[in-house]
Design a protein around this ligand. Structure first.
Ligand code: TYM
Length: 339
């Protein structure tokens, strides 16, 4: 079993990242470790330059993201933790896959459409080619499982299409170059929504900080954001169907269920009939119970620059080593002469 996933080190990691992805990184890291498999988790810093960015900020937030991931339970002794820029094989394989990916496939990516909006001509080529780098990220390690939130599902399907076409075009059936990866998406927390608008996902790039809980927020900030979260005046229903037209209420119930590792139905069975004056403080307390220790550990870890650098250096060396066979196989399959 090989597990691979990445997170962009732009902005602060938030509750959506945690419940949708990071928590599963930790779970699968442990499963892989216990079963003799491998887990690779990386900071997608190369992806981060596809949008306008501040280099000094990217540099600082890359190190902060390492501290956050370790604080969340990623263990450099069990998982390979690294940043993409330290493993050139990612960029190399992306270029090799550019010959296989089709313009039409990339044109259909909803993230590209959302981010580019009406101004496609003004976007970087990197933003358009972004999913090809993402495919390279996972194919390089022969990933079986890729823990992600719902918003990355389409990119993973594209990675499968690229792998399949490459194998068909350049490899024999009994010796494929790439393994087809499967997304690993949580049932309940696949898409955590903004605290201010139940129709938009919680996102690092949303201008209002009140729209998300950052993993680095302190107790007061968290309580304040939950208190101000958009809701409606109705009490919670006791059946999930009663939340169909109430996206903000559904989001808070989903968050509670995910934090408590239970189902929204079980949350409603307990809190149905009560209003948000009751439910919000209960939710804030639950948040603090789960995220409080993570924040404490983050605050300590972020100060130890040497330890963070050492984690990345060790992870990069392991990733360079692990990626070599597949990268070589891809070069060879394409007929490229390398001496
Ligand atoms: P990124 O950095 O936007 O998000 C990191 C992970 O968090 C998940 N996520 C969410 N899950 C639930 N609810 C939300 N509101 C929410 N917001 C974010 C994302 O689905 C993701 O799993 N392109 C990727 C990074 C990447 C990658 C990869 C992922 C680069 N290469 C290879 C997997 C495999 C991204 O920008 O994620």
């Amino acid at each position: 079993m090989t597990v691979v996933s990445g997170i962009q080190p732009t902005g602060k990691p938030h509750l959506g990242n945690y419940l949708g992805a990071i928590r599963n990184y930790v779970k699968l890291q442990n499963e892989a470790h216990d079963s003799g498999g491998r887990c690779f988790i990386f900071l997608a810093d190369l992806h981060a330059i596809s949008m306008p960015h501040d280099p000094a900020e990217l540099h600082a937030s890359t190190l902060e993201m390492v501290a956050t991931l370790v604080a969340c339970g990623l263990d450099p002794a069990k998982a390979v933790l690294f940043n993409q820029a330290q493993v050139p094989a990612h960029s190399e394989l992306q270029w090799l896959l550019m010959g296989t990916a089709r313009m039409g496939w990339l044109n259909r990516m909803t993230q590209w459409k959302d981010k580019a909006g009406k101004n496609r001509e003004g976007q970087s080529v990197a933003l358009f080619g972004y999913p090809v780098l993402q495919a390279a990220d996972v194919l390089l390690y022969q990933a079986n499982y890729v823990p992600v939130g719902e918003d990355q599902k389409q990119h993973l399907e594209l990675a499968r299409d690229i792998a399949q076409k490459f194998n068909n075009d350049f490899a024999s059936e009994d010796a494929p170059v790439f393994t087809l990866p499967d997304p690993y998406i949580p049932k309940a927390a696949a898409r955590i929504m903004s605290l201010r608008d139940g129709s938009r996902k919680m996102s690092k790039s949303e201008p209002s900080d009140m729209s998300r809980i950052n993993l680095t927020d302190d107790a007061d900030e968290m309580a304040q954001k939950i208190k101000k979260a958009k809701t409606d005046p109705e009490p919670l229903p006791s059946e999930i169907a009663g939340l169909a037209e109430r996206p903000e209420a559904l989001n808070l119930v989903t968050i509670f269920a995910a934090l408590d590792e239970t189902t929204p139905e079980a949350v409603l069975a307990e809190h149905g009939g009560k209003g948000f004056g009751h439910f919000k403080p209960v939710l804030a307390e639950k948040l603090l119970e789960i995220l409080g220790p993570i924040r404490e550990s983050f605050v300590e870890l972020r100060q130890d620059r040497e330890v963070l650098d050492a984690i990345l250096a060790r992870g990069a060396a392991q990733a360079r080593e692990a990626s070599r066979p597949t990268l070589n196989a891809a070069y060879n399959a394409l007929g490229l002469v390398r001496g």
